[in-house]
Design a protein around this ligand. Structure first.
Ligand SMILES: N[C@@H](CCC(=O)N[C@@H](CS)C(=O)NCC(=O)O)C(=O)O
Length: 195
């Protein structure tokens, strides 16, 4: 077991919300892993060595022995199947679909619009002043939708009283929204009101 766990390597950046989803999953599943930092601000994601692992040049990347997987959604699904301890998907089909939907709102409809590469582009092509309003606008739109989606299902956590996939995607996005983009999360209170 210990031998199997040690072969896991995670290429990650401390501030990356996508990597954070996977760090939470690995920790909840009790899996030891080697943390390999990729400094996105120094452009280490563009190095030929890293791009061999993930040609699009994004973290996270998980290496499990001979298997290399990038993209947090794919990594999450892989971990869930290979390491079933502490399941992070509910068995109830509707609740499972809700978890996929909430996770996908974060990873397809929020995070890509506030990713470093997009913000750099806006800074260069529009103006540095447009960066934060752009990110806030898309984060807020996503959370408006998440609030409506989850309000009748949330318990202590997003889809009930257990931590599931949705929470792993939501928590780092909430953190990024507040800390990096100054988003006011107060309007979206589904979880704290029920806790
Ligand atoms: N869909 C991918 C997105 C990965 C992604 O956007 N990662 C960001 C950090 S959260 C990144 O590496 N950005 C580097 C860049 O924009 O150059 C996933 O969920 O893993």
């Amino acid at each position: 077991m210990a031998h199997e766990e040690k072969k896991l390597k995670l290429y990650s950046y401390w501030r990356s919300s996508c990597s954070c989803r996977i760090r939470i999953a690995l920790n909840l599943k009790g899996l030891e892993y080697q943390y390999i930092p990729v400094n996105l601000l120094k452009g280490e994601q563009f190095s030929p060595e890293f791009q061999k692992l993930n040609p699009i040049g994004y973290v996270p990347v998980l290496v499990d022995g001979d298997i290399v997987i990038s993209d947090s959604f794919a990594i999450f699904m892989y971990l869930e199947e290979k390491y079933p301890q502490h399941p992070l998907l509910p068995s109830d089909l509707q609740k499972k679909a809700l978890n996929f939907q909430a996770a996908n709102i974060v990873c397809s409809s929020i995070q890509p619009l506030q990713n470093l590469a997009v913000l750099k582009y806006i800074e260069e092509k529009a103006s540095p002043d447009e960066k934060i309003p752009w990110a806030k606008r898309h984060i807020e739109k996503g959370f408006e939708a998440l609030e409506k989606l989850l309000k009748d299902h949330a318990g202590i956590y997003a889809t009930g009283d257990e931590v599931f996939m949705a929470d792993l995607f939501l928590a780092p996005q909430v953190h990024a929204g507040i800390k990096r983009f100054n988003v006011d999360m107060v309007p979206w209170q589904t979880h704290p009101q029920k806790a």
